[in-house]
Design a protein around this ligand. Structure first.
Ligand code: SAH
Length: 275
């Protein structure tokens, strides 16, 4: 069945008078529209209202149906264009009016995406929800950079860590992270890169551990820089990395050159900088 056929049936479903609408918390993946799931496309096509975040790429926004009301609800660091609690209540209100909402988020809604926080509020107001998982940045960006998250003999596991904490302090279990001996992926860590690098090496991670920075992963603007855990902060400054960027630390990064598969014209590769 084609996407058009699948979505047509959904699009024809309109909210019935008097009935509360539902909210689909949908992951849009890291940017490449072709990484959207069929369920995500269905949710986008069938919604009465789409509320989308900053990390939802321009190419994905271009897929929003022209007739559907869409609202940008932001969330760059300093640009919370609608505070989270107001947004939650806005969704409750609109769903109670009968609108089916697609709450579209970058990556996966349950990975540093506040999807679960929003769902808790919606359920507290008896609004029905569905969750549509998306390709999270850790797997999407690394795959597009030729870095496996695990590799037999190099990494037995992977940890996703936030580099951005509410009080601004990175209060992580550094001794444990430095000795996990597997792949570490930091989300929202660019602003704290110097601290991440310093803390990990101070607590025993080999300063020469391969590490990478991936900016705008999976989009045509992707840039990737390979170095070591100790050289990452300098790389980030030299190349003026910007958000969204992902930090990947671990032996698996050493495979990036061999496993690289994207068109060189599409992705800016900087493997030579790893010296
Ligand atoms: N829910 C999202 C994560 C939101 S937190 C997910 O599952 O991917 C936002 C952080 O995700 C960014 O600061 C960055 O570290 C990372 N990120 C998201 N998309 C990215 C992309 N295309 N390229 C690089 N990093 C990305």
């Amino acid at each position: 069945m084609t996407i058009e056929l699948i979505t047509k049936a959904q699009t024809q479903r309109t909210s019935q008078a008097g009935q509360a609408g539902q909210v689909a918390l949908v992951g849009a993946g890291p940017g490449d529209p072709e990484l959207l799931t069929l369920k995500a496309i269905k949710a986008i096509e069938s919604a009465d209202l789409i509320l989308f975040d900053n990390l939802v790429s321009t190419e994905i926004r271009a897929l929003f149906p022209a007739h559907t009301k869409t609202i940008y609800v932001g969330k760059k660091k300093a640009d919370h264009c609608i505070p989270q609690d107001q947004l939650n209540l806005f969704m409750v209100d609109k769903a109670k009016q009968g609108l089916n909402i697609c709450r579209l988020k970058g990556g996966d809604p349950f990975v540093f995406g506040r999807g679960s926080e929003e769902q808790l509020v919606l359920h507290a107001h008896d609004i029905k929800t569905t969750i549509v998982p998306g390709v999270t940045a850790a797997s999407g960006c690394t795959a597009y950079a030729g870095i496996p998250l695990t590799h037999r003999g190099l990494s037995t596991g992977c940890t996703f860590i936030t580099g951005h904490l509410k009080n601004g302090k990175l209060d992580l279990n550094w001794p444990q992270l430095a000795h996990l001996d597997h792949t570490l992926v930091f989300y929202m860590g660019l602003g704290k890169l110097a601290e991440i690098s310093e803390q990990l090496t101070r607590h025993g991670l080999d300063a020469n551990t391969p590490a990478a920075l991936i900016e705008n992963g999976s989009t045509p603007q992707q840039r990737e820089f390979v170095g070591t855990v100790s050289t990452l902060p300098t790389l980030a400054i030299e190349h003026q990395l910007k958000s969204p960027s992902l930090i990947v630390i671990g032996s698996v990064v050493s495979l990036a050159e061999k496993l690289s598969w994207r068109d060189l014209e599409q992705a800016t590769k900087n493997q030579a900088l790893s010296a």
